[in-house]
Design a protein. Structure first.
Ligand SMILES: *Cc1c(COP(=O)(O)O)cnc(C)c1O
Length: 370
């Protein structure tokens, strides 16, 4: 049996340090917005190379609060990728703004910079690129487009902890970025968690209030804020796991290179490595050639051999019941990719032998490129 992602195995090497950290928090008698959270915020800001990190309750809140903090709301439009986890879109909807989807590039799965112009209207306020599967979006094109049109750039970095674009970490590329520490992410907590990174001092100050009832002085509320905080236990766990993040991403990268070599010549597209992009390899997603239905057959054949795979994501956001009633522009690439993509097992604790088994199974089940 080859798991897609086994969190028990992922967290096992950290267990002694985590046990100690949990005891430390327990005995401190202080469980919300204390020294663990502020230490993690400093350490994660330093890791990303930004001035500020604000811990919040989850990745969706990180994105939603950032939009709020930038004053984006009803009547505004935010450009988003058509293919992403639903949270990117939901954040925009939650502040009362409208998501405006743009198709991905077929080879990189990231938002196609050449299609941005067509999505622009007088109401566009921001663009929210997603570093999908851990690969940085094409930030040069996105940032210059945004500067030309006076738009804010909010990175959805929920899959890209540690990834780099031209040597700069994801999270330090736009005006602000939202991270998730959902357990399955590259930097995962033992529950929900999230953070915002930014170099904007005023935005950071506003976000610190927004996440804590609009308050920075107890029982004095300047903003109609919310309760969205990274608790002390999760922050303590994240501080431990942050120390190994680069090493764990390097382990992912070695397995990804193994896949890239071993899957050459098959009737599938391998993840493109854009020049300048250093992926965090959160997911390793291939896209199968041929007729629709082939992906499902290959996935079943792998399952029969004990190999677990997943699909990220089986239904594009504009096809989801909560959004399907709206009139969306044609998004042919997202529509087509959702039926071809297959996510293969990858994590810092998968063994090379396991990856080789997946490669061998795919070589038998997929067939050669035409
Ligand atoms: C996981 C994820 C989120 C949301 O994070 P949560 O912590 O689950 O709220 C947002 N965007 C993307 C691209 C994600 O993968």
């Amino acid at each position: 049996m080859i798991d897609f992602l086994n969190l028990l195995r992922v967290n096992a090497p950290h267990q002694p340090a985590i046990d100690e950290a949990i005891q430390r928090v327990l005995k401190s008698g202080w469980y919300i917005l204390g020294s663990e959270c502020s230490a993690f915020e400093q350490e994660f800001a330093a890791f990303c190379g930004v001035r500020h990190c604000i811990g919040v309750a989850n990745g969706l809140d990180a994105l939603t609060l950032t939009l709020r903090g930038l004053g984006i709301g009803p009547g505004d439009e935010v450009i988003v990728p058509a293919n992403t986890f639903i949270a990117t879109w939901l954040a925009v909807s939650q502040v009362g703004a409208s998501p405006v989807p743009v198709d991905p590039r077929r080879d990189s799965h990231n938002i196609d910079p050449e299609l941005l112009e067509a999505a622009l209207t007088p109401r566009t306020r921001a663009i929210m690129p997603v570093h999908l599967y851990g690969q940085p979006a094409q930030m040069d094109e996105i940032l210059s487009f945004a500067r030309r049109h006076g738009l804010k750039v909010i990175e959805d970095a929920a899959q890209a902890h540690g990834a780099r674009w031209r040597g700069v970490r994801c999270g330090a590329l736009g005006d602000a970025a939202g991270f998730s520490f959902y357990p399955g992410k590259n930097l995962g907590a033992l529950g929900d968690g999230g953070a915002i990174t930014t170099n904007d001092d005023a935005l950071a100050e506003r976000l610190r209030k927004l996440r804590n009832y609009g308050s920075s002085v107890k029982y004095w509320h300047e903003l109609t804020g919310t309760n969205s905080r990274l608790d002390e236990l999760q922050a303590a766990v994240l501080r431990i796991k942050l120390q190994s993040l680069d090493a764990e991403n390097a382990a992912r990268s070695r397995l990804a290179q193994r896949y890239l070599q071993g899957l050459q010549g098959l009737a599938l597209d391998l993840p493109l490595q854009i020049k300048g992009a250093e992926s965090a390899w959160h997911l390793f997603v291939v896209s199968l050639h041929g007729e629709t239905g082939k992906r499902d057959r290959v996935q079943q054949a792998l399952a029969a051999r004990g190999i677990s795979t997943l699909i990220h994501y089986p239904l594009a956001c504009h096809r989801q019941p909560c959004y399907a009633a709206q009139d969306w522009p044609a998004l042919p690439v997202a529509d087509d990719l959702q039926d071809r993509i297959l996510s293969l097992p990858i994590s810092p604790v998968h063994q090379v032998e396991e990856i080789d088994q997946v490669i061998a199974a795919l070589r038998e089940e997929v067939g050669s490129a035409a």
